[in-house]
Design a protein around this ligand. Structure first.
Ligand code: PHE
Length: 378
């Protein structure tokens, strides 16, 4: 409470005339009224109440003791009327102060609360990026076959990206990967040098180091190659790796699994076709083609040539093969004895599949973050 306002004290009366009593009572009520306007909170209100109506030494008690009890006999009646008047007025002022306080607190509550009947702010809802969507679809197909999802670092060592995948040191096969190396690594032994992984295959080794066979995993992730960006190339792109290792896994399992996956992804009418290929970490190796899901394998769209399959009716979707025994040698101690286990692996480029699937004609749209492009997938 504002201390300056608490200046009133009950005067001793010498003059008990009616007019003097009326004046004294008026001043007392006015003082109470003035003090009440300084009440701002519950603590103020309590102090204000105590000061005026405390039985022991409150102002009303003082007024009663001094002005009524101390009044000469012939002034008692008049003094009684004034004292009662003061009591009623003070009770009234106290009531009002309490009520006002309540009112301001409910007013501030009302001010601070929200009107839940007002229409809300509509926030634009994002959508899955076409590459993420395609990744999730592909991963989903393999999850239904019992595969789990693994991942690994994008900045990789030469050992995991090449050496343990059976790329001999300085072998020309490394050149086909257009590797981006981290600068300033020359003083390190080759296998420790850091690079941006050129494929998701290093995670095959990393996973086999951690998990004993049997395993079935898919590994989605970004990879980098020193390719200048154009309509069908990007220095950063996405792959999904697959690896299954168990006893008695055969090329038949590889073909059956991938044939099923392609039908689940592109429709049950697609046909698959395996062509011999080479990868250092699989033997034998193959490239998998599916009948073009744009032209249906005819190579033409009406009278026009089908561009996505270059009129061949086939689209290359991935590289695959049986895990090379030399690869198992690197993780032999964790249960991957090439005499006991066998497996297959595959790796596919997600971006190119997303391009074909959504009929996008420039890969760069995927990475420019242009909302006008992305909104079409919302
Ligand atoms: N890592 C290979 C690539 O990026 C693809 C691949 C993966 C091939 C697994 C065979 C087995 O080209």
């Amino acid at each position: 409470m504002d201390e300056n306002r608490v200046t009133y004290s009950v005067p001793k009366l010498t003059d008990y005339s009616a007019s003097a009593l009326e004046k004294a009572a008026g001043e007392c009520i006015a003082a109470c009224q003035a003090e009440s306007t300084a009440v701002r909170n519950d603590a103020d209100l309590k102090a204000f109440r105590d000061r005026w109506i405390a039985r022991k030494n409150g102002i009303l008690t003082q007024v009663n003791d001094s002005w009524l009890k101390g009044a000469p006999k012939d002034a008692k009646r008049e003094a009684g009327i004034r004292v009662n008047e003061i009591k009623a007025a003070v009770a009234d002022i106290l009531d009002k102060a309490g009520y006002l306080l309540l009112e301001t607190s409910t007013a501030s509550l009302a001010r601070d609360s929200i009107d839940i009947s007002l229409p809300g702010i509509r926030r634009p809802i994002g959508a899955e990026h076409p590459v993420v969507k395609t990744t999730n679809e592909i991963v989903g197909v393999f999850q239904k076959l019992g595969y789990s999802v693994a991942d690994g670092p994008v900045v990789e060592t030469d050992y995991y990206n090449f050496e343990a995948l059976n790329f001999p040191p300085n072998h020309p096969a490394r050149d086909t990967q257009d590797t981006l190396f981290i600068a300033g690594q020359q003083s390190k032994p080759q296998r420790e040098r850091l690079l941006l992984r050129t494929h998701t295959s290093p995670v095959q080794i990393r996973t086999m180091e951690k998990m004993r066979p049997p395993i079935r995993i898919v590994i989605p992730g970004t990879v980098h190659r020193n390719d200048p960006p154009d309509a069908s190339h990007s220095p950063m792109f996405h792959q999904i790796e697959g690896l299954a290792v168990d006893t008695n896994i055969t090329f038949g399992d590889l073909k059956g699994t991938l044939d099923h996956a392609m039908k689940a992804l592109f429709g049950s009418s697609v046909k698959t076709h395996f062509r011999p290929s080479f990868f250092p970490f699989t033997e034998p190796s193959a490239e998998l083609y599916v009948t073009c899901f744009i032209c249906g394998g005819i190579g033409k769209r009406g009278a026009d040539p089908c561009r996505p399959c270059k009129q061949t009716g086939w689209i290359e979707v991935l590289g695959c093969g049986m895990v090379d025994p030399n690869v198992f040698e690197f993780v032999k101690d964790n249960g991957y004895d090439p005499k006991k286990v066998s497996g297959f692996a595959f790796g596919m480029g997600v971006d190119r599949l997303a391009l074909l699937k959504y009929g996008v004609d420039d890969l760069q749209y995927f990475f420019q973050g242009d909302v006008r492009f992305l909104q079409q997938f919302g």
